[in-house]
Design a binder for this molecule. Structure first.
Ligand code: NAD
Length: 262
């Protein structure tokens, strides 16, 4: 590789990406999608349900997005329908962002040891196993290789007050990223995760005392700065592009260094 080839490696021109997880203009998926589009990618995106549709459509219009599809990943056949449409319209996919998480409030707000089997299973299905299902569905659309990206949080590896049930769920997601990277590597498909510091989004609003997490992050991070969805987008655009061609199975914090502090 010559230095002259570098700018092209940082470009996403000619690449087609599917973005799962835009809820509104504040979503981490929105910051990522904006960065993908700015780097030249053509995008498709999904919305959870009819209630979410206008908010996602407003973001999608401005991006722009080539097509928008409904997808509740917990609904049997919903992810399959999305990938069937991608196959029909594009015949291939270059990258996928999974930026989805959910846990029932009753389970999220209690102790992890008190979580119900149903709540735990639902959180795992939507926030973790759906990533594996999406990876399996993306695989045949990536005959020349591709990149898959998940979004995690440091509450997976250390106990963060109030993160509760999402801690073990994110730990499972991170492990799923590593196994998927090993399994899909021979097909040229890279699998990575970004791990943002706390950002005020709709999902974050479901975590009790989330403002304390923001305050802690601002205090602990060496630069005393909170991560933004634009910071997430810059890292995500790098990871799905050719410049990151030797990176797979990695988890990269985008938290101003907060993870360094014990
Ligand atoms: P957000 O509310 O903007 O996005 C969460 C998305 O998950 C929404 O688009 C929602 O529609 C989607 N979703 C939930 N259940 C779904 C289902 N059954 N089917 C399909 N989609 C479903 O919040 P966000 O903070 O941008 O969350 C995106 C990701 O970032 C999540 O994985 C979250 O855990 C992770 N994350 C967030 C933070 C933070 O502080 N905000 C930090 C680290 C990681």
């Amino acid at each position: 590789m010559t230095a002259a080839a570098l700018p092209a490696m940082f470009s996403l021109a000619g690449k087609r990406g599917l973005v799962l997880g835009i809820a509104n203009e504040h979503s981490i998926a929105t910051g990522c999608a904006r960065a993908f589009a700015a780097c030249g990618a053509t995008l498709a995106a999904t919305y959870l349900d009819e209630k979410a549709r206008p908010h996602v459509a407003a973001v999608a219009e401005a991006l722009p997005v080539a097509f928008l599809l409904p997808c509740d990943v917990h609904e049997p056949g919903a992810l399959e329908a999305v990938f069937a449409e991608v196959a029909l319209r594009w015949g291939r996919l270059d990258f996928l962002l999974h930026s989805i998480a959910f846990a029932p409030a009753a389970d999220l707000h209690g102790r992890v040891v008190d979580s119900s089997p149903e709540g735990f299973a639902l959180a795992m299905d939507i926030s973790c196993h759906s990533f594996l299902r999406a990876a399996r569905l993306a695989e045949p659309l990536m005959p020349q290789g591709g990149a898959l990206l998940a979004v995690t949080y440091q509450g997976s590896g250390r106990v963060v007050p109030h993160y509760n049930l999402m801690g073990p769920v994110k730990a499972a997601l991170e492990s799923a990223v590593r196994y998927a990277a090993a399994e899909l590597g021979p097909r040229g498909i890279r699998v990575n995760a970004i791990s943002p510091g706390p950002i005020a989004t709709r999902a974050a609003g479901g975590i009790e005392h989330f403002n304390e997490m923001l305050d802690t992050a601002a205090r602990e991070a060496p630069e005393h700065r909170l991560a933004t969805i634009e910071d997430c987008g810059a890292l995500a655009a790098f990871l799905v592009g050719d410049a990151a061609r030797m990176l797979t199975g990695t988890l990269i914090p985008v938290d101003g260094g907060q993870h360094l502090l014990a």
